[in-house]
Ligand binder design. Structure first.
Ligand code: 4NP
Length: 151
């Protein structure tokens, strides 16, 4: 059975679509990578143009991804759930039906800075430089995640 990883942010249009595309690019097709938002306002939409642009500049095409809302069944579908910030963490944990589900949820930057609970900043209201910063953080975090998953 494939190992399944879910990336989660608020809108599923800026951060988690990048995390999805970046991690997928670092793993074989034996792994399943998806993303979702705690909020549903953008469901069905493509990633933000600025996420598409920064991904494209790094050689990644994320235009096959569509936003969707996180759902409780994701706790059973996925083995690992990486959230982008502390607010996402609180929102996802509040939906967890049991301890096993809770144990799957991790702040993505704790892969780089263990136990520091650092947020991936929401770049939505900023400029393209915020998206470049987010891309670099996620690239490093996903490198670490891929390294662990492959061993
Ligand atoms: P994301 O960014 O959570 O990284 O996808 C956001 C996108 C949209 C909104 C907030 C954050 N919004 O309020 O519409």
């Amino acid at each position: 059975m494939s190992v399944k990883i879910l990336m989660v942010c608020l809108g599923n249009i800026c951060r988690s679509p990048l995390a999805e595309g970046i991690l997928r690019s670092k793993l074989s097709e034996d792994f399943i990578v998806d993303s979702a938002g705690t909020g549903g306002w953008h469901a069905g939409q493509l990633p933000d143009k600025r996420s598409i642009a920064i991904a494209k500049s790094k050689g990644l095409d994320i235009t096959n991804q569509k936003a969707r809302q996180f759902k409780v069944s994701d706790f059973t579908t996925f083995d690992h759930i990486f959230v982008m910030d502390n607010s996402n963490y609180k929102d996802v944990l509040a939906l967890a039906p049991n301890e096993e589900a809770k144990s799957k949820v991790k702040l993505i930057l704790n892969e780089l800075f263990p136990n520091e609970n650092v947020d991936v900043p929401d770049p939505y209201y900023g400029g393209q430089d915020g998206f470049e910063n987010v891309f670099d953080m996620l690239d490093q975090a996903c490198e670490e995640i891929a390294r662990k998953l492959k061993r």
